[in-house]
Design a binder for this molecule. Structure first.
Ligand SMILES: Cc1ncc(COP(=O)(O)O)c(C=O)c1O
Length: 428
């Protein structure tokens, strides 16, 4: 018997204290219906709710938990850092160490600035794109999510897609007028935008593998095409690797696909579960950032020593031999198994994985962009999600979010997930 009485009680109280009872919208389970679970603790590949139900976790705090939750080495490093203080608001050696690791791992990054979230990284990189090119317009793709800053809330993915909000009230028209959009994987549409706005486009920003419209991969030649077009028109290419960074490979999607952007944003994994974001790229461009240059951007808690420590230890663990091979292997095993049992149960599905990131849509057609993703049967997804939850598997509570594995997920966890999915899919 799936008992969530304590979760229900706490969540009901939360609704009177915080909008929708949450600190971030998708957590409210609005698109899958049913009661959100309230967490008590996490360890390795598992989470426990306040009613003591245990789940295999494929959300991983929305990405950061790639080494598994509460990795003993991360916790030990944090204990030691804690003894020295929680915040300096001043330079620290930890910043140098994490910066060196990021520069070594991510091909496009020669210099980096730390911030506190993916949203901050993306809004700062946008200012930098404009400052460097002295142009204002940008191109983003439908269904891609770059945080909740005004100028990105145009045809955005993640919670915006989940809640079906086209744009958000409160965003001034003047802010989004300079945000041009194109369907993902549509090079021709991007070409037309460049042709129609010559000398006006600062750059193109995208998720090089989409995780905020469900899981969508770039078609062959798409990333390369964007690299060529941006060069041709004197614009910058920016990969938002907040989700894919250190997840699809040690050097992110840019290393995986061999396409090097001018600038990159990072988040999630880089903080090892503590709040960190970062943006970086060519020295020539990054030298515009204050105080080296005139583009202002700052943060009281940026470069926080605890957050840097968790990031350093997490990246160190990830660089050990075999890590990404293992992640790639179990994630493929998982998605192949899920697709297989779905088809056996008579459902139309499509999906895939790269590194430790995966996704599955309830549609028989291939998904190349957000419009294709929206053909997915979201009602069926909601029932699948609930069935999995009730049987101890925690998936992201939206069809329009990717799933994440960690190095703590075992073969046994994967096989158990597939057999659970088989039961649920047969009952739909
Ligand atoms: C690709 C991408 N960019 C930016 C963000 C925003 O990051 P944060 O939620 O840390 O502000 C996210 C969050 O999911 C993301 O997936």
């Amino acid at each position: 018997m799936f008992n969530t009485s304590k979760s229900e009680e706490i969540f009901a109280a939360a609704g009177k204290l915080m909008p929708g009872g949450v600190s971030s919208p998708v957590r409210a389970f609005r698109s899958v219906g049913g009661q959100p679970i309230v967490f008590d603790r996490v360890k390795g590949a598992y989470i426990w709710d306040v009613d003591d139900n245990q789940y295999i976790d494929y959300v991983g705090s929305w990405g950061p938990a790639i080494c598994g939750h509460t990795h003993p080495e991360v916790i030990e490093a944090l204990h030691q850092a804690l003894e020295k203080g929680t915040s300096f608001g001043a330079p620290s050696l930890q910043e140098n160490i994490l910066a060196s690791m990021v520069i070594e791992m991510v091909p496009s990054i020669e210099m980096v600035r730390f911030v506190n979230s993916g949203t901050e990284a993306c809004m700062s990189v946008l200012r930098l794109m404009r400052a460097y090119t002295s142009r204002e317009k940008i191109i983003k793709f439908e269904g891609c999510y770059h945080g909740h800053a005004d100028m990105f809330l145009v045809k955005a993915g993640s919670g915006v897609a989940t809640l079906g909000l086209p744009d958000s009230p409160g965003v001034p028209k003047t802010t989004t007028q300079a945000t041009l959009t194109a369907p993902y994987n549509d090079l021709e549409a991007v070409k037309t935008l460049f042709k129609n706005n010559p000398q006006e486009i600062a750059g193109v920003i995208l998720e090089p593998v989409v995780g905020n419209a469900g899981f969508i991969t770039p078609d062959a030649g798409f990333l390369e095409g964007l690299r060529e077009l941006t060069e041709e028109y004197g614009a910058l290419l920016v990969f938002d690797e907040v989700m894919t960074g250190f997840r699809v490979s040690s050097g992110g999607a840019q290393a995986k696909f061999g396409v090097v952007p001018d600038l990159t944003t990072l988040g999630k994994v880089i903080g090892g579960g503590l709040p960190v974001g970062a943006y970086g790229g060519k020295k020539e461009i990054m030298s515009l950032v204050a105080p080296a240059g005139p583009m202002y951007q700052a943060g009281t808690l940026s470069g926080n020593p605890l957050a840097m420590t968790a990031g350093i230890k997490t990246l160190e663990i990830l660089q050990r031999p075999g890590t990404y091979e293992y992640l790639e292997k179990i994630t493929k095993q998982l998605i192949d198994g899920l697709l297989n049992v779905s088809q056996q149960a008579g459902h139309q599905v499509t999906g895939g994985s790269i590194g430790g990131m995966f996704g599955l849509f309830f549609t028989g057609e291939n998904v190349h962009n957000f419009a294709d993703a929206q053909k997915s049967d979201v009602v069926k997804f909601a029932r699948f999600h609930r069935g999995m939850l009730e049987r101890g598997v925690y998936l992201a509570p939206s069809q329009f979010e990717a799933g994440f594995t960690s190095v703590a997920h075992t073969n046994e966890d994967i096989e158990k997930t597939i057999s659970t999915a088989k039961d649920v899919l047969n009952s739909l």
